[in-house]
Write a protein of this length. Sequence first.
Length: 329
Amino acid sequence: MGRAVTDARLLAGALSDPGSVVGLDADGWTALLAVARAEQLIGTLALRLDGLPMPDAAKAILVDARAAAEQGRRAALWEAEMARRALAAVDCPVVLLKGTAFVAAGLSAGQGRSIGDLDILVPHASIDAVEAALLAAGWEWVKPDPYDDAYYRRWMHELPPLIHRERDRMIDVHHTILPLTARITPDAAALIAGSVALGNGLRTLSPNGMLIHAAAHLLADGDLAGGLRNLWDIRCLIDEFGTDGLKVEASRHGLSRAVARSLRLVDILFGDGTPAGIDRLYIRRITARDGWGRPTRPATRLAFYVRSHWLRMPPTMLARHLWTKWRKA
């Protein structure tokens, strides 16, 4: 059987229906593995395909991917524990976000997931105390430039990124889930209030909170880079928890459209949905990979890059920011 699909939908199909890989030819396996690696989903794919017949070369790659994902899981949990210890004396909830939250809570979305930085959410009122505690525990600024520092502190939804001087691991400390300049203003206090305690003193967002954050991160704050991984997160969360109460909570945070679109995109890529209207453009962007995992459709990518900046800032602020960054470059 040949490789009929020529973009990242090949990977989406393999994730949702692992049996679809049986019979792939050499080019098909090359494309599947290359796209999975490029989309940071190769660990997830390895777990989904475990036990299926496949070429020995593909099996060896996926065995390595499973081992790397397990190592990444342990590293992420250890980094969360280091943050917990550093922040133990700060009287505030510390909410894990994204991949670390999924593995810490033992969720299906964390199985094989690639995890980069540690992302946490804390109350805005505690941000100074959290910052001081992390600096005292060995984290340092990644962006020492005064303009970048001031930009993050005044306009962004997080502190400037920090990296630990010994472990070389980054932490992103959020006080809300979208930039302060964005047109949408989620209720971060409500997200924290609805969070769920873990056994170690850390917390995760509620299931609906996780879905809302994933949709916000995908559709209201970026250019859809990593969109396939985000949509797989959403698919796993829906399968595990359902969507009861999601519509009401999404409305509370001003994210009804983003959540509704994310559900449609999940159905299109991992279910039986058919793209219609502007959803076709989102699918075109999310699946823009060739058979070697390289990015394709540069015009579509550029359009979503411009869109991401437009969502983040009013036009005058955006022009001033881009001009400043250009001059500094």
